[in-house]
Design a protein around this ligand. Sequence first.
Ligand code: TYD
Ligand code: MG
Length: 457
Amino acid sequence: MAKGKNTTVFFCQSCGYESSKWMGQCPGCREWNTFVEETVSKTPSGGAVLRSDRRSAPAPTVLSQVKVGEESRLSTGIGELDRVLGGGIVQGSLTLVGGDPGIGKSTLLLQVCRNLSHQGHNVLYISGEESLAQIKMRADRIGDFSDRMLLLCETNLAEISEVIRSRKPEAVVIDSIQTMYNENVSAAPGSVSQVRESTSSLLQLSKGFGVSVLIVGHVTKEGTVAGPRVLEHMVDAVLYFEGDRHASYRILRGVKNRFGSTNEIGVFEMRERGLTEVQNASEYMLNGRPENASGSVVACTMEGTRPLLVEIQALVCRSNFGIPRRQATGTDFNRMNLLMAVLEKRSGLQLSACDAYVNITGGMKILEPAIDLGMVIAVLSSFRNRVLSTRLAAFGEVGLSGEVRGVSMAKQRVAEAERLGFETCILPWVCAEECRRSAKIEILGVRTVQDVIDRLF
Ligand code: TYD
Ligand code: MG
């Protein structure tokens, strides 16, 4: 191939897999129909070359002599976000904030800019999506801004790096990476090669100037715009903003973090005046629980290191069809079927002739096995039409023999239930002893699902 010549390459828009020919299914991520042709210009001499003409070779450093100063972090002024980031934005880091369009990424980052500018930091917000007037309208809803907050509507990265070079802000927001382009790449903005190139330019900027860069990336399924997965490996931290379109709460989840743990979540609520932190997530999730209703129970789940109480509802009724209808919202459908089969086989309940619906309220999606026991109790409560105490919480994994198995962090789960005024906690027998020592509420240890039925129903 001649040097400096343009070639066409096919990229998977979902994971960035590169191929010289078009394929129906991506071998990398198994998605269908995601390959798009892009033109890339091959720059001369890319690979490793043995250079004899080099006068001074770069000198490697002895690891034990590398000095590390205390990494400096900027507090975003939003506690939930700081926690997900591991204590604030690290100076000179590149952070990706991904999420569906309209979930609130721009709003969150505008609020971060506002807080940083009020703390006396110079901030630059670069938008390739909205006009100055649109950003101003949004900013007016959020609050007042200091003069240290600068706005720029630009999509050309060469211009952007010029501005960063001259203004030297401490933090820069790029909204969004899919609108940015690098003149040296001929592919359209939003394509895999363009998104990759743009990110690597931003990486150089952030490391070179010690400026913290926050990148917004839209997650799309259509394949017209390259998703943030393409650049996850290039950035220092990846946060995903998720939530139900119909519910007002939003969850910020750390997926990758070179400066902290990734199993923390932040909970927010979208209000008229921007996003507000939800400090008491369990209370928020349990808002509006029904009283005197069968088929409702509270389960303790863990989101990272934080316990969270959620309500599990079940509705079990006689089926009018040969094949009963089953539906699970917010949890795994197959898991629900499996638990119902366990109840049928181990405890002789005639569930196979029943329709069943299980719902985790509040729009949460929970796949942790520790909610098994909650699901089982909710199904039993609805099947027997027995109302349970609203002061009852449960957690535990249920195995195929109907045994209730231990789960991690039992004490923290019990403590959360205690904090919210629950009176009884049903949990695996193996966890009961250690919890009883510290808990002030009643602890009911169970060994099997039959045990649960004997104690509660
Ligand atoms: P936005 O931040 O534009 O989402 P993204 O950048 O992820 O695409 O959020 C847009 C939604 O948030 C929009 O539907 C309106 C809503 N919103 C509020 O409810 N309250 C507010 O104060 C703001 C600024 C937005
Ligand atoms: Mg936006």
